[in-house]
Write a protein that binds this ligand. Structure first.
Ligand code: NAP
Length: 287
């Protein structure tokens, strides 16, 4: 843990609730490993207090902060600048404080791409991806996958939301090859045509499963990535492993988005693998 001195700068995360966040643990571990004169703290910020909190963080001269649910979208008009990618995603998860200027980034989508490379050696260009979900995490994933050249089908429980997401992405990403489906695709022979399936819904937390999934339709060659990381093995991942398919949970994405944020704030990446190891220990202990 950093010794707090008069010169120590503050990093943090704003969200509501925030007690469950693993970011303080992994970011402080990285700060210590790099000998940075920084400390990372959780800030519980009620939705009604977001504007006041951002004004306060700006006045206090913090070095940067993460943004989590429910503020990722609402913070955008409060910032001085937002990267084009984060604007397309409609979400900011990392704020860089450049003097008194606040610059919004999104490291969730790039974090997913980095995680897919680490886990599977996956290169999205021209590959067929089934993205399950149409919430905030799905939007970041879709923009990053589409910009990297993947051919993406979005399947969501509420199908209109899937259609809205795909239409928004088509407007933002020129030439994106996108389609929409229902969750029934998880039990259909068409499932076999995907190179990669990404779950970006909360299904899998608390051991919940997709009732539509037919294991027989899942090919052993199809990679399966589940953004859920608690439990470490969701029913979807268990099914994929039983079929012999490469399967990975969302810990690598959580670590990668944190590494990218750390590099934005400090100008250098943390030691490779440190954040992921920290997360794995924490989740295993609470699993
Ligand atoms: P969100 O905006 O609230 O979206 C939730 C999504 O889950 C929607 O598509 C919703 O479908 C779907 N869903 C919820 N319950 C469902 C059910 N019973 N059956 C089928 N679909 C269901 O949440 P989010 O921010 O996108 O986060 C989604 C998940 O990703 C969470 O588990 C979160 O922890 C995880 N996540 C992980 C990382 C990481 O770094 N690993 C990063 C971000 C998020 P409807 O539209 O039909 O409601």
């Amino acid at each position: 843990m950093t010794e707090i001195k008069g010169s120590t700068r503050i990093l943090g995360i704003i969200g509501w609730p925030i007690e469950h966040s693993l970011s303080p643990l992994m970011q402080n571990r990285a700060i210590a490993a790099c000998g940075q004169d920084l400390v990372f703290v959780p800030f519980p910020v009620h939705p009604n207090a977001l504007a006041a909190a951002v004004t306060g963080l700006r006045s206090l001269g913090v070095a940067g902060f993460n943004v989590t649910i429910p503020h990722k979208n609402a913070i955008i008009p409060l910032l001085d600048e937002v990267t084009p990618e984060a604007r397309m995603m409609g979400a900011v998860n990392t704020v860089q404080c450049d003097g008194s200027r606040l610059v919004g980034h999104n490291t969730d989508g790039p974090g997913l791409l980095r995680a897919l490379t680490e886990e599977f050696g996956f290169n999205p260009a021209g590959r067929r991806v089934l993205l399950i979900g149409a919430g905030g995490a799905a939007r970041a994933a879709l923009v990053s996958l589409a910009r990297a050249g993947a051919v993406v089908t979005v399947a969501n429980r509420t199908e209109e939301k899937g259609t809205e997401l795909v239409n928004a992405c088509r407007q933002g990403v020129a030439g994106a090859e996108l389609a929409v489906s229902s969750l029934d695709i998880l039990g259909a022979p068409e499932l076999s045509r995907f190179d990669l399936i990404v779950n970006s819904t909360s299904v899998g937390m608390w051991g919940t499963a997709f009732t539509e999934l037919d294991a027989g339709c899942l090919q052993p060659t199809t990679m399966v990535y589940d953004m859920v990381y608690a439990p470490l093995e969701t029913p979807l991942l268990k099914t994929a492993r039983e079929r012999g398919a490469p399967a990975a949970n969302g810990l690598s994405m959580l670590a990668a988005q944190g590494e990218l944020a750390f590099a934005i704030w400090t100008g250098a990446p943390p030691p490779a693998g440190l954040m992921r190891e920290t997360l794995l220990t924490a989740v295993t202990e609470s699993d």
